[in-house]
Structure formats: structure tokens, C-alpha cells
Design a protein around this ligand. Sequence first.
Ligand SMILES: Nc1ncnc2c1ncn2[C@@H]1O[C@H](COP(=O)(O)OP(=O)(O)OP(=O)(O)O)[C@@H](O)[C@H]1O
Length: 268
Amino acid sequence: MSVLTVSGLNVSAGGAQLVKDVSFKIDKGERVGLIGESGSGKTVTASAVMGLLSEELSASGSIRLDNRELVGMPERELSRLRGRDMSMVFQEPMTALNPTMQVGKQVAEVMRLHRTQPDRHSARTAAVDLLDRVRLPDPQRASKSYPHQLSGGQRQRVMLAMALANNPSLLICDEPTTALDVTVQAQILELILAGTRESALLFITHDLAVVATVCERVLVMYNGEVVESGLVRDVFTAPEHRYTKQLLASSDLESTDPDGRLWTVSHD
Ligand SMILES: Nc1ncnc2c1ncn2[C@@H]1O[C@H](COP(=O)(O)OP(=O)(O)OP(=O)(O)O)[C@@H](O)[C@H]1O
């Protein structure tokens, strides 16, 4: 059974349809990339899955997470699933973190809220363990920092710790490494891979090399529709849709390795 099954998803704003008849599935342990030009509907699709669409947008169709229908689910129930069964990591962690709360406390809160660590003391200890797992240097001390005292890469580690705190079935990453320098980007990608071996991952990025590193399958969005999907190695080496061809042509992704072999995705 798939962790996430999206079928016939439509999202509209007044008369405008922003997402049109989008369908895809992600199985347990599967990593799926979502690519497409700016404004093609990637973030709107992800927000619909998380139940985080702004008020003026409305979704129809079906989104099933672990066999529960999310479209039409009351906000109270959705908020119980967010942070426990599904989490999202955004490009700019500063907007998602509380600037007035120590980061260790914020990680602990996610676990207390969903009762995976009900008492304050065990939640704080588990939070420091998690911050260590995402390789935040000196996690005990860092847990007492406020977000503005950390670097962008460190803040993204905190976000990731919060997103993974309750072992969600689904993790959505929306350009999580775009704002980071290349070395930190690689470290964060590794952490995402390590943290999602047992869950489903939807990874939004405009960086095709990142998709090639992280994902097995890819969905290509154009103008609100998924115009092409398949295994990364198939789509990237033999794209069918005109738009995918353009996207690949304008990227600096090499489709062959230095020995001239078709490049493949390696995991582990
Ligand atoms: N609240 C809203 N009201 C009206 N239109 C919106 C709203 N949110 C997004 N849109 C529109 O929906 C379309 C898809 O936006 P979306 O943010 O999903 O694109 P994207 O593919 O994620 O782009 P990017 O790569 O720039 O993040 C855009 O045309 C955008 O202007």
C-alpha cells in the first residue's frame, strides 16, 4: 500500500486553476522528486497535501495518507497529522521557527504535542539526541540557542530535526537546500536521505542534479499539470515531453559520466 496517493487533485483560486488533475503515488521508502519551472504549481501541490493551502485556494480530488482521506478533513484532525504522520521542510527555516523560543525547546514541543515524548524532561533529552542526529555541533549547548544565533545551515538542521522528530510516514521538502552553500547542501541532503529510509519523500527542487542524487522517481510539472513522470534515469536520459527536454537542456546536468556511460542514480 502506498503511503501517499494523490488522485485527480485540482486546486483553484477563484476562477483560476493552479493545479490540474494531478495524480501520483509514493510508497514507503520511496523518494520522488517534483520539478518544474517557477509558478508551475509545485508548492501549491505540496501545500494541498499538508492541508496548508491559504484560505482563498480550494482543493478537490483525493489525497490519501496511510489510507486516510485528507481532502475535506477538518483542520483539527489535520493538525494532529501534521508533525506526526507528515512533515514539511521549507527553503527558509527562519519563517517556520519561532524566533523567541530556544531551538531545543521547539524540537521538544513537537514531540510533546504529539505525545511521542509526553513528559518535559524526556522530550528535552530526546530533542538533544535529535539535534545530535542532524549533526548540529555541540547539541547540548546549541539546544539553548535562539534561531537567529544559528547559521542558515544550522537552522535547516533544526527544521529537519523537528520534521523527523516523530518519524513521519511522509516528509515533504520544498527547496530545502537552495539557500545553502554547496558543502552544507550535500550534508543536509545526506541527512534527509538517512532520515527517510522508512518513509515516503516528496522532494521539490529546481536543481536536477539534486533530484538525480536523492530520488528514484520524478514528476515534471508544467502549468499546473504533471506532464511527465517516471524513473529518474529514464526521464533524464530520454525525456518525452517537450518541456522536460527544455528543462534538461537548460540544466548543467551531465547525462553521461566521464566514461561515457549513462548515468545512474546510486543510493546508500
Ligand atoms: N494564494 C494564492 N492565490 C492565487 N494564486 C496563487 C496563490 N498561491 C500561489 N498562486 C499561484 O499558483 C501558481 C503556482 O504557484 P506555486 O507556488 O505552486 O509554484 P511553484 O512551482 O512552487 O514555483 P516556485 O518554484 O517559484 O516555488 C502560481 O501562478 C502562483 O502565482
